[in-house]
Design a protein around this ligand. Structure first.
Ligand SMILES: [Cu+2]
Length: 591
């Protein structure tokens, strides 16, 4: 695999840029929406004319047949590449993205159940994960309507997204992926994800500017044997039924649904929370690890390390690595053998100084929950050799996660003397939240129940505060300009804490107050955080600039798709403030 230098990265991004040609065929016309900013007086989003929309990027979703580790597989891809093309989002600009859906129609109408049964696997939408931008999951873009439906782009349709990137958006690595409830997991675990780079002041720090810039997009591709009789591929992920887990049988004719009934017709593939017939872990599109279903012990998939890509460094050279955990469910404790990781940023938000995470044998240096990004510098040691970037084994999840080598750093050649910077440019958007700014504290409990009572068709209940997701309900309302403190709790196993869950919220970052009772050593600003079983994580958020209906959820995608998500609404101002009038306004004087 080729190293991706910053120059290559920019070239790749340019390749994704699109012409303004209007789509052909039966594409449905969607007017482009304009997002209101605080500066604008207009109370409603303005409509822009369709012909004025010239996309900077077009993301075309299509089936792709490719060979992975000798298997000819059919996956879903953006612009025919896995991962999707990188997007460059400059602060203070509007990034215009056109999403074209060229997936084939796919009928799941008779699957039964409600919105928390995976459905409409052929519909999609787009989430820009980690950017401080207006809500963009519901229709129309930026809506504050409680009952607004989720954006759903059907086969043959397209949608234009104008994303207004704030001037003070922090520079770093973010990413994009589909977010249509019911099809997110199937699409993302089939290849649909890509990186977003926000350029900025940190890139100009001399020691960082001098360093090679390597992007590591880690993804998983879940696959089952195809039921298509004349397919020119052997595996794909096209579940024909909603049942999870017990869809496996040694013989296809033995396949049963979650409630033990034989499937009709017999299927080799159902929706799953992670137990795939075959799964590949990929970095920048190269497979580095293979898992296969284990009939004897389904929670411990059979596994094989594949040849991991190599990054060459000279002794004393400093390189910048930006790693995205784009996996559908895997929590990744990461370690770089024999090297200190100088952590620059989490989730695209940098620290004031590089945070040295020293190497300790078998200990994690940084934990990447699904959706987390870590950016770090490595100063290659003086001893030539091969040093692995590892995902260490962990037992924090339902499925066993063994150690994986994601990539290898090969140190060789003439020594260099490159330096780690002392200071990093401070964050300007997410300034520290003082305790006296907190107007409200809330508690959210992420729990599971097996067998499922609220979601019998799926067979497991994945809930927040004992509720499954409701697209048309807004249980939480917050106010722009205020700060809140939220406690995210995963109970013990007796109370539904079946495993850890990664919490993610849209629109605004949060500051981590404590994780399992431990305060972070440095100020941590993130958009996703791991909440381990039988622990609580406390965060603080300031709802700045944007208003509208949005979501928070578990970023284990099969959990999200089957219910572990809630809507929240950011209102422009507190109604109490709205209704108070000053005595002065009556024209009376205080006596
Ligand atoms: Cu979860």
């Amino acid at each position: 695999m080729k190293n991706v230098s910053r120059r290559n990265f920019m070239a790749l991004a340019a390749g994704a840029a699109a012409s303004a040609a209007a789509p052909k065929g039966n594409a449905q016309q969607h007017p482009a929406e304009h997002h209101m900013t605080m500066e604008e007086a207009a109370p409603l989003p303005l409509q822009a004319n369709e012909e004025h929309f010239v996309p900077d990027y077009t993301l075309e979703v299509k089936w792709k047949i490719m060979t992975i580790d000798g298997h000819k597989v059919k996956v879903r891809a953006y612009n025919d590449t896995i991962p999707g093309p990188p997007i460059i989002a400059k602060p203070g600009t509007t990034v215009k993205v056109r999403v074209k859906n060229r997936l084939t129609p796919y009928d799941s109408k008779d699957w039964g159940g409600d919105m928390n049964v995976p459905h409409q696997l052929d519909h999609t939408n787009l989430h820009l994960h980690g950017l401080d931008i207006a809500p963009h999951i519901f229709e129309p873009l930026g809506t504050s309507e409680v009952t607004a439906p989720m954006i759903s782009i059907g086969p043959g349709e397209y949608k234009d997204y104008p994303f207004v990137i704030p001037k003070d958006q922090s520079p770093g690595l973010n990413w994009y992926h589909p977010h249509a409830h019911g099809s997110t997991a199937v699409q993302a675990v089939s290849g649909m994800a890509g990186g977003i780079l926000v350029p900025g002041a940190i890139d100009e720090v001399p020691e960082i500017k001098a360093a090679a810039d390597y992007l590591l997009v880690v993804q998983d591709i879940g696959l089952f044997k195809t039921d298509e009789p004349h397919a020119d591929y052997t595996e794909s992920f096209e579940p024909k039924q909603n049942a999870i887990w017990q869809t496996f049988a040694k013989d296809k004719s033995e396949s049963v649904t979650i409630d033990g009934k034989p499937t009709n017709p017999p299927q080799s593939c159902g929706f799953t929370t992670g137990d795939y017939h075959l799964r590949f872990y990929m970095v920048n599109g190269t497979p580095f690890f293979r898992e296969a279903h284990n009939f004897e012990k389904p929670t411990s998939p059979k596994h094989k390390q594949l040849e991991a890509p190599v990054f060459k460094m000279r002794p004393g050279e400093v390189a910048r690595f930006r790693m995205l955990n784009g996996c559908s469910d895997l929590m990744m404790p990461v370690q770089v053998e024999e090297h200190t990781m100088y952590l620059l940023a989490m989730d695209g938000n940098n620290f004031d100084h590089p945070w040295p995470k020293e190497y300790v044998n078998n200990a994690s240096q940084v934990v990447l929950a699904p959706a987390n990004r870590a950016e770090f510098l490595i100063r290659a040691c003086d001893t030539p050799g091969k040093y692995k970037i590892l995902q260490l084994a962990q037992n924090a999840q339902f499925l066993e996660a063994v150690q994986k080598t994601i990539a290898v750093i090969e140190v060789e050649g003439e020594p260099m003397d490159m330096k780690i910077p002392r200071d990093l440019p401070p964050l300007t958007r997410d300034t520290p939240i003082r305790p006296d700014e907190i107007v409200r504290k809330r508690r959210f409990i992420f729990s599971g129940r097996f067998p499922g009572e609220k979601n019998p068709v799926v067979g497991i209940d994945f809930m927040i505060n004992n509720q499954l997701y409701d697209e048309f309900a807004v249980p939480t309302t917050v106010y722009r300009g205020t700060c809140e403190e939220w406690t995210i709790e995963v109970p013990d196993s007796a109370r539904g804490g079946t495993e850890g869950h990664p919490f993610h919220i849209h629109v605004n970052n949060f500051e981590v107050v404590s994780q399992a009772g431990i305060e972070p050593q440095h100020r941590l600003v993130q958009d996703t955080i791991w909440v381990a079983q039988d622990t609580a994580t406390v965060i603080r958020m300031r709802f700045q600039e944007w208003i509208g209906k949005s979501v928070f959820h578990c970023h284990i995608l099969p959990h999200e798709d089957t219910g572990m998500m809630q809507n929240f609404l950011i209102l422009p101002e507190h109604p109490k403030h709205h209704h108070q009038r000053t005595i002065e306004s009556l024209g009376e004087k205080n006596s």
